[in-house]
Design a protein around this ligand. Structure first.
Ligand code: PEP
Length: 251
């Protein structure tokens, strides 16, 4: 049985006033038990404060990106070790917004995932096709290529988490159908098993793309959907907790 992960990606949203949302999430989790992992990846400026507020609670924290190097002349970048030092346990790498806005390739993403392992973090490795690629019938090919190139061969002791995020569904309100998600997640699972054997069978595969309380139950009930990566809906404690509830109700 794979333990689910409900992960929030706050992107470039939130100043210290958002720590009240963290408090609401922490309180909500305390009254719910511990059936699934719950994570928030805030902007880097909030990571230490969020990690501090989450200490001793079921909530975990993480970064939204990391540099592949340990340190050096990389103005504005953050090393995986810095995320760990600020209390983070996870880091998102290869989000489509990083791939599009910063020209990150799957080779870059693999190097970042390796850096995450080096720092003792669990990387959440994002992959997903554009609308053009889906309409050209290329979705499964693109996803297979991105997965092959973005995942390190040595996937670390903790293992990586894979997040399937169709680019056309992120922040658009357009959610992939359960059939589309099922098809892609089944293909990802097969590829993980072929590459990593039994370990691949146990790796978590998250879905991300306009997940909301209303659609989370159906998506999270699919066999190879082991949680969600949630942008917009993770900014409101009630919505995020409702998605968490939808996840645990399927266990
Ligand atoms: C994301 O940022 O990873 C994401 C899935 O965003 P949203 O839920 O807003 O589509």
């Amino acid at each position: 049985m794979i333990r689910s992960l409900i992960a929030g990606n706050w992107k470039m949203n939130g100043t210290t006033v958002m720590l009240s949302v963290v408090e609401e999430i922490v309180n909500g989790l305390k009254s719910r038990g511990d059936e699934a992992d719950c994570l928030i990846c805030p902007p880097a400026t909030l990571l230490y404060a969020l990690s501090d507020a989450a200490t001793g609670t079921p909530l975990k924290s993480g970064g939204q990106d990391c540099h592949a190097e340990l340190n050096g002349a990389h103005t504005g970048d953050i090393a995986a070790e810095m995320i760990a030092d600020a209390g983070g346990q996870y880091v998102i790498v290869g989000h489509s917004e990083r791939r599009a806005d910063h020209g990150e390739t799957s080779d870059d993403v693999r190097a970042k995932a390796e850096a995450a392992f080096r720092a003792g973090l669990t990387p959440i490795i994002c992959i997903g096709e554009t609308l053009e690629e889906r309409e050209a019938g290329q979705a499964l090919n693109i996803i297979a290529q991105q997965l092959a190139a973005s995942l390190p061969d040595n996937d670390g002791d903790a293992g990586a988490v894979v997040a399937y995020e169709p680019v056309w569904a992120i922040g658009t309100g357009k959610v992939a159908t359960t059939e589309q998600v099922d098809e892609v997640h089944t293909a990802i699972r097969k590829q993980l098993e072929e590459r990593f054997g039994a370990k691949g069978a146990g790796m978590r595969i998250l879905y991300g793309g306009s997940m909301k309380p209303e659609n989370a139950g159906a998506l999270l009930s699919l066999t190879d959907v082991n949680g969600g990566l949630i942008g917009g809906a993770s900014l409101k404690a009630a919505d995020f907790l409702a998605i968490y509830d939808a996840g645990i109700s399927n266990l």
